[in-house]
Write a protein that binds this ligand. Structure first.
Ligand code: 5GP
Length: 201
């Protein structure tokens, strides 16, 4: 197959869906549901400079890398997008892996933050941008506290970020409300099957 630039819209390439949304809305849980129930959908493993949490596995949840290695990836254009998230660590999507999967005809899912989603939209306008929304703001707050993985300061910082992120919904092609994980997961999977590249709900 001839080489294609990242911006080429080629019908034979399978769909790329970008899942973004406010912190603690459940992006990771919905993506995990897709991973479990739909192994035909490839899910990108991001690189990050944050340390692994207990139970996280290098290469499965993230590639945990040093600042120097992250710098190197940026310098060699190895990242499709990257961002500093929650003013803390850097996260990025390895570019080659995504392009390989799409070229091989495999549907691909990125679960990333809003800043990253905007970069993907610029570089790959054919990607379908999906916003995962909480049923209500109160529910989002409850989920953030309930998760219990962050201290009070970090939680407050993430809530500030979440308010800005919620306001970005209109930039997306489609919104899925995460009232329950199974339904949200199914709605996300349906996006890969629908014929059009842009869907407005
Ligand atoms: P956590 O540290 O809780 O795993 O993730 C924090 C945030 O980073 C989440 O909102 C997640 O979507 C985002 N994130 C994870 N991987 C990437 C990535 O590759 N790029 C960007 N821009 N954000 C990411």
């Amino acid at each position: 197959m001839p080489e294609q630039s990242a911006n080429a819209v080629a019908p034979e390439r399978s769909r790329l869906v970008v899942l973004a949304g406010p912190t603690a809305v459940g992006k990771g849980t919905v993506a995990a549901c897709v991973r479990d129930q739909h192994p035909d959908i490839w899910i990108s493993v991001s690189v990050t400079t944050r340390p692994a949490r207990p139970g996280e596995i290098d290469g499965l949840h993230y590639h945990f890398i040093s600042d120097e290695d992250f710098d190197r990836l940026i310098a060699e254009d190895g990242l499709l997008e990257w961002a500093v998230v929650h003013s803390a660590a850097r996260y990025g999507t390895p570019r080659a892996a995504v392009e390989q999967q799409l070229a091989a005809g495999r549907p691909a899912l990125l679960e990333i933050d809003l800043q990253g989603a905007r970069q993907v939209r610029e570089r790959m306008p054919e990607a379908l941008m999906c916003f995962l929304a909480p049923p209500t703001w109160q529910e989002l707050e409850r989920r953030l506290v309930g998760r219990g993985t962050e201290g009070p300061e970090e939680r407050e910082r993430r809530l500030v970020t979440a308010r800005t992120e919620l306001a970005a919904e209109s930039e997306f092609d489609v919104t899925i409300v995460n009232t329950d994980v199974e339904t949200a997961c199914q709605e996300l999977v349906d996006l890969f099957r629908s014929g059009t590249s842009r869907i407005h709900s």
